[in-house]
Design a protein around this ligand. Structure first.
Ligand code: SF4
Length: 621
């Protein structure tokens, strides 16, 4: 087999057992790797009543055929998946940094961890072997950065790459994340850090040098040469390297996409100007960031930052767009140095800045309306724009201090309901609506409501076609830019870009590369050169569709009701009064019905005909 080892590492922490399992090429061809393979394993193996924080849940680290030998640009990413403790449905998060290549070079494509250790442990995976190691010295003592240092020292190898949880994961905050390589890579969404915490698993360390076989080296070499030229010449590559994703803040404020004051306001011109990167904005002057790239990337959109300051000093990674928006504009905080510090603290504690930002905004709104008071919050005056208040709140949430604050660690859905402010808890199936106001780009209204993992932008970025990144391989209708404020073809766009993203997240390539003129046809050609397959664009898109279908079946199996639950919070049905998206109405039912029709999921449930077409052997319900 080319491009794959065909091997899944199985670790049972209850039994302390380690084994390897081989899967035939047909399995990999059907689910590709990364998110796709993880969805299939979770569907088959996690029982419907499984507590996401219980031993029956499984957490899966996975890469695809592009890692461990091809050195393709943009392949420095991998997936972590499990039943999510935040949403109770399919959970998955993509991370960058250096783990992806290292994982594959251990001789495995996928690592599946189940059970629960009786004591804190970490896992060390090296060249077809794995070892469960005591982590008493780390648990409740070391943050995510210190954990990586301590593991490298204990193993005696500075080249080991570590994915770790912090206090948030240990204390089962439901939106705890997994931090890789000192915050260079972050699997932020859907509480994967809490799943690790529930298993008493502090970290996984990877070290490997093995390389997979490539089917057609000459073809791959020619493709890589062609793509390097295309990517290097793209305007997006240059901008992403020079400015990073912080460059999106001010332009997105202008078009109405930026979340402002818990999505209640329309404009924040001066605030956005204070925290944005780009020509005429201060991000680079204040933080003096250095571009930092995941493995095999020439963009380097991550920002390495060091600030010497008594109060806000830090040495790590700077904030990206989602963090600046969810903790900045959404909470009306315009102090860039404080936001940078907050981001660093979130990385060290291992907490998702998107869900944490949405939680802070919800609390600020509830505080303003008198539904939560200062004493509920351990004496914090959580007014809009109060950065120090948010820093204090973060500290208390990860430590689960006090009755109200403990509830805030349960995520938006539970805390909104329990604290009497569900209208301010802006989530889809428990996961925060991300920093892409669905009223500004109507395809994102569908993509976020129908995301298989709750509110998300990395599981279907249909906004791309409204920005001009078309998808002709999916048909003529998607070969030209769509008007962001019109509902025309938005169900179709959401369906096809979701399938496209499933391919990106499964083979696994960074989705930013599509903005640097990497096409779906390029992905297909790369895949064929690596594996020796002769798959067509149509077949590859069908594979993406299959993966999403399995995720939907997982969700239905675990209790999701498609017609009710694939939906957006009420707030988004009131149009903006001002700003770039003023007056845009959102006919969500109509757009979702179009999506269901494109997918052949009547009322959100895949038809038997569709299941047969996708070679899935589940019965339609
Ligand atoms: S563009 Fe950014 S996220 Fe994507 S691989 Fe490069 S550095 Fe990583």
């Amino acid at each position: 087999m080319y491009g794959y080892w065909g091997k899944i590492l199985r670790v049972n922490l209850t039994k302390k057992s380690i084994s390897a399992e081989y899967r035939e090429e047909s399995f990999w061809k059907k689910y590709l790797g990364g998110e796709g393979v993880s969805a299939k394993i979770l569907y088959d193996e996690v029982p419907e009543n499984a507590d996401p924080l219980g031993p029956e849940n499984k957490i899966i680290f996975a890469v695809g055929p592009t890692q461990g030998g091809s050195n393709i640009l943009g392949n420095g990413r991998f997936s972590i998946s499990a039943k999510s403790p935040l949403t109770n449905i399919f959970g998955s998060s993509m991370a960058g940094g250096y783990i992806a290549e290292e994982l594959k070079k251990t001789g495995f494509d996928v690592v599946v961890i189940e059970g629960k250790s009786s004591k804190p442990v970490y896992l060390f995976i090296k060249e077809e072997k794995a070892e469960i190691i005591n982590a008493d010295k780390l648990w409740n003592k070391k943050d995510t950065f210190e954990t990586e240092d301590a593991i490298k020292e204990e193993i005696g190898d500075s080249k080991v790459k570590v994915a770790a949880i912090g206090l948030a994961g240990e204390n089962l905050v439901r939106y705890a994340c997994v931090i890789c390589n000192y915050g260079h890579g972050i699997a932020g969404r859907t509480g994967m850090g809490a799943v690790m915490g529930s298993k008493n698993l502090k970290a996984i360390a990877f070290r490997g040098d093995k390389k997979v076989k490539i089917a057609d080296q000459n073809k791959l070499k020619a493709l890589k040469k062609e793509l390097r030229k295309i990517i290097s010449e793209a305007d997006f590559t240059k901008a992403n390297r020079q400015q990073g994703q912080a460059m999106a803040v001010a332009p997105r404020e202008e078009i109405g996409l930026l979340p402002i004051k818990n999505f209640m306001e329309d404009k924040w011109v001066n605030g956005a100007a204070k925290i944005s990167a780009g020509e005429g904005y201060p991000f680079n002057d204040i933080l003096k960031p250095r571009p930092s790239a995941c493995s095999n990337c020439i963009m380097g959109c991550h920002r390495r930052v060091k600030i010497e300051d008594k109060k806000y000093g830090m040495d790590g990674y700077g904030p990206e767009y989602e963090t600046l928006a969810m903790l900045g504009s959404n909470c009306l905080i315009d102090d860039l140095i404080a936001l940078n510090k907050l981001n660093d603290m979130c990385n060290r504690y291992g907490i998702d800045t998107i869900d944490f930002g949405a939680t802070c905004a919800m609390v600020m709104e509830a505080y303003e309306k008198g539904k939560i008071n200062k004493s509920d919050l351990g004496n914090i005056e959580l007014t809009w724009g109060n950065a120090d208040g948010v820093i204090n709140l973060l500290d208390k949430i990860v430590k689960r201090e006090g009755k109200t604050i403990k509830i805030l660690g349960e995520g938006l859905k539970i805390s909104g309901e329990k604290l009497g402010c569900p209208e301010a808890a802006l989530h889809v199936n428990g996961a925060a609506v991300v920093a892409h106001d669905p009223r500004a780009f109507l395809s994102m209204a569908v993509s976020q409501s129908i995301s298989m993992k709750g509110g998300s932008h990395t599981h279907g970025f249909s906004e791309a076609i409204e920005l001009g990144v078309t998808f002709p391989e999916a048909g003529k209708e998607l070969s030209k830019k769509l008007d962001p404020h019109s509902d025309e073809k938005k169900g179709l766009a959401a369906a096809k870009y979701q399938d496209l993203m499933a391919v990106y997240n499964s083979i696994v390539i960074c989705f930013f590369y599509q903005f640097s003129n990497v096409t779906f046809t390029h992905l297909k050609d790369l895949l064929n050169a690596i594996t020796g397959w002769e798959i067509s664009n149509e077949e590859l898109l069908k594979t993406g569709e299959r993966i999403i279908c399995v995720e939907n079946m997982f969700n239905i199996k675990h209790g999701l009701e498609p017609m009710k639950d694939y939906w957006l919070p009420k707030r988004f049905f009131t149009p903006h009064k001002d700003g770039g998206a003023a007056g845009v109405e959102m006919p969500l039912r109509k757009m979702i019905d179009e999506y269901f029709a494109v997918k052949d999921w009547p009322n959100g449930i895949p038809s038997n005909k569709k299941l047969k077409e996708l070679s899935l052997d589940y019965e339609s319900q």
